[in-house]
Design a protein around this ligand. Structure first.
Ligand code: URA
Length: 235
């Protein structure tokens, strides 16, 4: 593929801006400056370097972000900073989108991608991808409440009760709750329907992929093939 097209595809700007970057000698291909925008490059094992930063060529990007509390998942955030501000410019330019959302006050694993088919697969209600949340509740969680969550609770505007796939006690006020759907405020509404209240919520797993313990709040990383395979396993 032509270097100019590669640069554009990787989110380094419009055609003109990319051409200028190359002509000005700002672009290295596998460690060597290339000043010809039309140079043909093999994308199979390609690393671009711009401003001293390495960027491996990726046809599509898949990201795991540890969302901190106090961030909105929309690009045009209304009342809080946007999670998009936590990502570098080329990823925003590529048009990454969140794969499902977390509330402003929720934390944990947020997937993002620029692969439309992937986003659809992981957000389609039909697919029922498992998600696990560590839920800190206001009140001690009773056995009756756990049983209610597992049996199914009726939420407003839902035709039938919704049951948790799993509900494991962690401590008096804390549970790990597994759900298959991704409805609006689902965990908060389920806990309210069971007679408790969510104090804080952290998504710890999607499919078979867990939030990495070394990924701090506000940090992100690429999902590699092994991570994507884990993601595809049912939780
Ligand atoms: N359920 C909620 O209530 N909020 C979230 O952010 C995610 C799941």
């Amino acid at each position: 593929m032509q270097l100019l097209r590669i640069l554009q595809s990787q989110g380094f700007g419009a055609r003109r801006a990319c051409r200028e970057l190359i002509l000005a000698g700002h672009v290295q291909v596998n460690g060597r400056v290339v000043e010809d925008p039309e140079a043909e490059c093999d994308t199979a094992a390609l690393t671009l370097t711009l401003d001293g930063q390495d960027w491996r060529y990726r046809e599509k990007v898949y990201l795991a972000l540890h969302k901190p509390a106090g961030f909105e998942c929309s690009r045009q955030a209304q009342h809080h900073p946007s999670v998009f501000g936590l990502l570098p410019a080329p990823l925003l330019e590529r048009g990454v989108q969140p794969v499902g959302r977390l509330d402003q006050d929720s934390t944990g694993l947020l997937l993002l991608s620029d692969d439309g088919a992937f986003i659809h697969r992981y957000t389609s209600p039909k697919k029922e991808i498992g998600k696990t949340y560590r839920v800190v509740c206001k009140h001690p969680v009773s056995e009756t409440q756990i049983a209610a969550l597992l049996d199914g609770v009726l939420l407003r505007d839902e035709p039938a009760p919704i049951a948790a796939r799993a509900c494991a006690r962690v401590s008096e006020n804390v549970i790990d709750l597994g759900i298959a759907e991704g409805k609006y405020h689902q965990v908060k509404r389920m806990l309210a329907a069971a007679g408790n209240r969510v104090e804080s919520l952290c998504r710890t797993r999607v499919g078979g992929y867990s939030l990495p313990s070394d990924l701090g709040a506000g940090q992100w990383r690429y999902l590699e093939d092994a991570d994507l395979a884990r993601l595809a396993e049912s939780a």
